[in-house]
Design a protein. Structure first.
Length: 358
């Protein structure tokens, strides 16, 4: 039976991938809610704009009246909460925006959803029984992994290092509290580093790719040996739908790509892929420049995604190699999508240095 999904932050990088997957691969209806801040882009939803199963609502999750209206008008069966300020460097420069959106905004949304769900319990108990609130979070809430071994598990203690990670950890705690205190049927997922098409060019992979294409320096923090587990955004979207539809209420699931690489390795691979597509006398590896590390930079993240594989049968389809190839090809073929942002909203400047210590 077709359900109605309400996706907050659905014009963002991961959110738009979820919306596109829902419309392309399922019979479900989708209501996209997005404030359209600097990183939100309606062009990321062009593929679904004409679908009769998709609606877009411009609204702020921190606006209680707006959220109550959206819930009443569209009566979702699933709320997938992806709206968030998400760039660590920007959180260093201005943490207040992250607290407002990720913490206060999540609390407002939870209260609006709780009121809606109580109404369902009173008048539509069958619909209330299948309702889910899905909090989409990050592995960064766990902080730094010591050394080259070990993985974060669903029971790992939170130890966030950045204002961004702390704000997401706070949101997770609120979601768990609303589940425990009020019985709201919640799910939480933690993902590793996402990459792929439609990613705002402040993040590592599109920034380096576009800088290399233009012959600009490729600034790597510190020694470039920070290790991340890389997850293709379309694999992530498929996993999120699996959890939302089949996950056990109250549970947490880790979603990882199983592809640990250092930032330097990733950038070198991007250079080689670009060189193969746009041959140049000078390799863009020569453009790699090591710059002062950002404050509080975690050295390594890696997560154990065994639970979602065992319980829900999800595993990633993309390897890092196949995913990077398709990502490079997408950015080269879709200049119209990123050019305006590159020239207007973000020109590639260094972020994350305000009031830095050490």
């Amino acid at each position: 039976m077709a359900k109605t999904f309400l996706v907050t932050g659905g014009a963002g990088f991961i959110g738009s991938a979820v919306v596109r997957e829902l419309i392309a691969a399922t019979p479900h209806r989708v209501v996209t809610v997005d404030k359209l801040t600097y990183a939100g882009n309606l062009a990321s939803l062009e593929a679904v704009a004409a679908s009769p199963r998709h609606r877009f609502v411009r609204a702020d999750i921190g606006d209680m009246t707006a959220m109550q209206r959206v819930l009443a008008d569209h009566r979702p069966d699933v709320v997938m909460h992806l709206a968030a300020e998400s760039h660590v460097d920007r959180s260093i420069d201005g943490p207040s925006a992250f607290i407002r959106t990720n913490v206060v905004g999540t609390s407002v949304l939870l209260e609006a959803v709780r009121g809606y769900w109580k109404g369902l319990q009173e008048h539509e108990p069958g619909k209330a029984a299948v309702f889910r609130f899905h909090q989409v979070s990050t592995d960064e809430v766990y902080g730094d992994l010591e050394g080259p071994e070990g993985l974060f598990h669903e029971s790992s203690a939170y130890a966030p290092s950045s204002p961004y990670a702390a704000s997401k950890a706070s949101a997770d705690h609120l979601v768990r509290a609303w589940g425990r205190t009020y019985g709201l049927p919640t799910l939480i997922t933690h993902c590793s580093n996402n990459y792929g098409p439609y990613q705002f060019p402040e993040k590592l992979i599109p920034l380096m790719l576009l800088n290399a294409r233009e012959g600009r320096p490729l600034p790597l923090y510190g020694d470039g040996q920070q290790v991340r587990d890389w997850l293709h955004v379309e694999d992530h979207a498929r996993a999120l739908l699996r959890v939302a539809l089949e996950g056990r209420v109250g549970e947490t699931y880790h979603i990882g790509g199983g592809s640990e690489r250092s930032n330097l390795e990733v950038v070198e691979t991007l250079c080689d892929l670009l060189q193969a597509r746009i041959p140049s006398a000078r390799s863009c590896r020569d453009l790699i420049t090591f710059v002062d590390d950002r404050p509080g930079h975690d050295r390594r993240y890696a997560i154990d995604a065994g639970k979602i594989a065992r319980e829900l049968g999800w595993v990633p389809r993309e390897t890092l190699e196949s995913g990077l190839r398709s990502t490079v090809d997408w950015y080269l073929a879709n200049e119209a999508w990123w050019r305006g942002m590159r020239e207007g909203r973000y020109r590639g400047e260094r972020l994350g240095l305000a009031d830095a210590v050490g």
